[in-house]
Write a protein of this length. Structure first.
Length: 271
């Protein structure tokens, strides 16, 4: 990311995801003096950034802002937006990472004609390995989209869609997806215990295997199916296990039901 000189960012909410973005921006060269943070309960790390010029909970919002990033909890959105709606600098791009809050909600809560990007990151953003999917409204200019991309890319990969309706499935796959992987590690460890392994060893084996396989998938140019084939000897132990996991009532239909349930719930939460 080339942040560019004089970039001014207003961050509303500095919880886990907001803090991850802030850390990513600073790591990529954004001047703390160009960042304003509104956070009622700042961490000591964020409070310490005030000594480097970061503006923490000022009484007045900056008169010039390139981007406003909204990272509050969805249930607090009405109150948070009411407090800033009339004070956002003209021409700023508004980037929301609030789960379930639609562009329509944001357009109603904010002044008319604002450029708005709705984005869905995921928790690996905390280590710079996240993936975010973003969708713009009609007011977002090419320059504002590029700025939004660079800010969101501070925590990982960014993909764009034009159809906001896809965001419910995005939430189900990548937004909630890390929890499925953590559950896989839990399940693998429990199965190891039942096979006779000591609990601590089973947990270590499961954790290292899931993490290592994920890193191999990340680094390898090969697709997941090819990597799976490379580990599977005909008639071997892996093939025996995969026969169960890939059966008609195995992992695929189970995952399809899980993603459908999460997608449905995302739509319900969005209203």
């Amino acid at each position: 990311m080339s942040a560019g000189p004089g970039l001014d960012i207003l961050l509303i909410g500095a919880g886990k995801m907001g803090s991850a973005l802030l850390e990513g921006w600073l790591g990529l060269g954004v001047d703390p003096a160009g960042v304003t943070v509104i956070e009622p309960q700042p961490t000591p790390e964020i409070a310490a950034l005030a000594a480097r010029g970061l503006h923490l909970n000022p009484t007045a919002l900056p008169s010039r802002t390139d981007a406003v990033v909204i990272a509050v909890k969805p249930q607090t959105a009405p109150e948070a937006l009411a407090g800033i709606a009339g004070r956002i600098a003209p021409g700023a791009a508004v980037i929301s990472i609030m789960a379930g809050r639609t562009i329509g909600f944001l357009e109603t809560a904010l002044p008319a004609g604002m450029a708005i990007v709705r984005a869905m990151p995921n928790t690996p953003a905390a280590i710079g390995r996240g993936i975010t999917v973003a969708v713009p409204n009609a007011q977002v200019t090419p320059a504002q989209r590029d700025l939004a991309h660079r800010l969101l890319a501070a925590t990982g990969v960014v993909e764009w869609v034009d159809d906001e309706a896809l965001m419910d499935a995005v939430t189900a796959v990548s937004g909630s997806g890390p929890a499925y992987i953590f559950l896989l590690a839990e399940s693998l460890a429990r199965a190891g215990e039942k096979a006779g392994l000591p609990a601590a060893l089973a947990a270590n084996l499961a954790r290292a295997t899931v993490a290592g396989a994920g890193e191999l998938l990340h680094r390898s140019p090969l697709d997941p199916a090819t990597l799976r084939h490379n580990v599977t000897s005909p008639g071997g132990t892996t093939a025996a296990a995969l026969e169960v996991l890939m059966s008609a009532d195995g992992l695929d239909p189970l995952m399809e039901r899980a993603i459908a349930a999460a997608t449905r719930r995302s739509r319900e939460l969005a209203g």
